[in-house]
Design a protein around this ligand. Structure first.
Ligand SMILES: Nc1ncnc2c1ncn2[C@@H]1O[C@H](COP(=O)(O)OP(=O)(O)O)[C@@H](O)[C@H]1O
Ligand SMILES: Cc1ncc(C[n+]2csc(CCOP(=O)(O)OP(=O)(O)O)c2C)c(N)n1
Ligand SMILES: [Mg+2]
Length: 329
């Protein structure tokens, strides 16, 4: 069984949702209507020893910081801003207090940077490795939530960031390859960035039809956007992968496969109407003027006549199953 099938099973057991739950399961965050002018975003994600990190790869500060980034990324991708965080900590017996301190140095640095106040949590014992879970609350102005399910025929699909870079870092660490060209991918894997300026940028340029972050890889993000919107995506046959090719060469992997299969980039994947595509390409650059290595990459266009959820390249293959899956492996 795959992760998405498990989530579908959970959804199928649910009673109808109350009216305040505007979006429940199925998007990067839930969207709850709690007041007139703005809506509440709620998201939760974990960092688990052996699954998301290894102690011989990352410092406790990096693990704590990454816990905040992976959650904040979901909130920013919806056009919202974080404000309150809860952390559940599961520790093996005898776990060092000094390491807990360092984990919290990273968590608090992330909370401070992204404007979230650590407001509670829970601590329990585990018989396995360390397990950190954050629940993050955010706010989005009313009707500014950018959903996964908004793609329509003709929309252009772009990524903002460097899809494949974190996966390259993961491969480098797994192989113990510390050559110079792989130092930036490794840093990207250990300390991902997110896009705090995206919500204000979107208020000025409100022409995105859909958005999500690429935590499970660009391929998964594309199929998830297509599936929730009930459309297919036709990939461009030659995306501009100049940013990734040198790294892919060192690792002897296909750059397009690396970009599509990679996970943990926390890039943004967005849909833009055809008539706004050129304007988007130019104004999206001011989104990350202080994050100069990121870039805007065109991936393809939306086709409403194809199979819903399919992501195809000139009809030859389908990338439905690419990317990271916790359940199916
Ligand atoms: N165990 C679960 N019970 C209920 N909903 C879940 C569960 N796991 C994931 N979901 C929901 O399924 C959707 C997809 O999950 P996930 O791929 O983890 O999203 P994200 O990449 O944004 O963290 C989200 O809406 C999430 O809240
Ligand atoms: C030790 C180790 N093995 C494998 C990976 C690769 N990996 C783990 S989780 C993941 C996907 C993202 O995590 P997930 O919990 O699915 O985030 P979400 O999509 O829910 O935000 C990837 C690519 C890793 N980071 N560390
Ligand atoms: Mg998740």
């Amino acid at each position: 069984m795959k992760e998405r099938d498990l989530i579908d099973r959970i959804v199928s057991k649910l009673p109808p949702s109350p009216p305040e739950i505007l979006h429940g399961i199925g998007d990067d965050t839930a969207l709850l209507r709690v007041r007139e002018s703005s809506d509440l975003l709620v998201t939760t994600d974990s960092q688990r020893e052996g699954v998301h990190f290894r102690w011989d790869w990352m410092t406790p500060e990096e693990v704590g910081y990454r816990l905040v980034v992976v959650n904040a990324s979901d909130v920013y991708s919806k056009g919202g801003k974080p404000f309150s965080a809860f952390v559940t900590l599961a520790l093996p017996s005898g776990f060092s207090e000094a390491t807990v301190d360092k984990l919290y140095d990273g968590i608090l640095a992330g909370c401070l940077e992204f404007g979230a106040y650590l407001s509670g949590g829970d601590i329990s014992r585990t018989t396995g490795g360390v397990d950190l879970t954050m629940t993050l609350l955010g706010m989005v102005p009313k009707d500014q939530f950018i959903p996964r399910n908004g793609l329509v025929h003709g929309d252009r699909i772009y990524s903002i960031g460097r899809p494949g870079f974190a996966r390259a870092g993961y491969l480098a660490l797994s192989r113990g390859d510390f050559s110079e060209k792989l130092s930036e991918p490794i840093a990207t894997f250990k300390r991902p960035r997110t896009f705090p300026s995206f919500p204000s940028w979107f208020l000025k340029h409100p022409f995105l039809s859909a958005s999500m972050d690429s935590s499970d890889g660009l391929g998964q993000a594309l199929s998830s956007l297509a599936r929730s919107s009930g459309v297919s995506i036709v990939l461009d046959s030659a995306p501009d992968l100049d940013y990734l090719s040198p790294v892919a060469n060192v690792l002897s992997v296909d750059p397009r496969k690396l970009a599509l299969e990679g996970g943990e980039d926390y890039d943004l994947v967005v849909g833009v109407s055809e008539d706004k595509a050129k304007e988007f390409e130019s104004v999206a650059r001011d989104l990350f003027h202080d994050q100069s290595h990121d870039q805007v990459t065109y991936w393809g266009r939306v086709d409403s006549s194809g199979v819903a959820g399919a992501v195809v390249t000139d009809g030859t293959y389908d990338i439905w199953d690419w990317g990271f899956d916790h359940v199916g492996g």
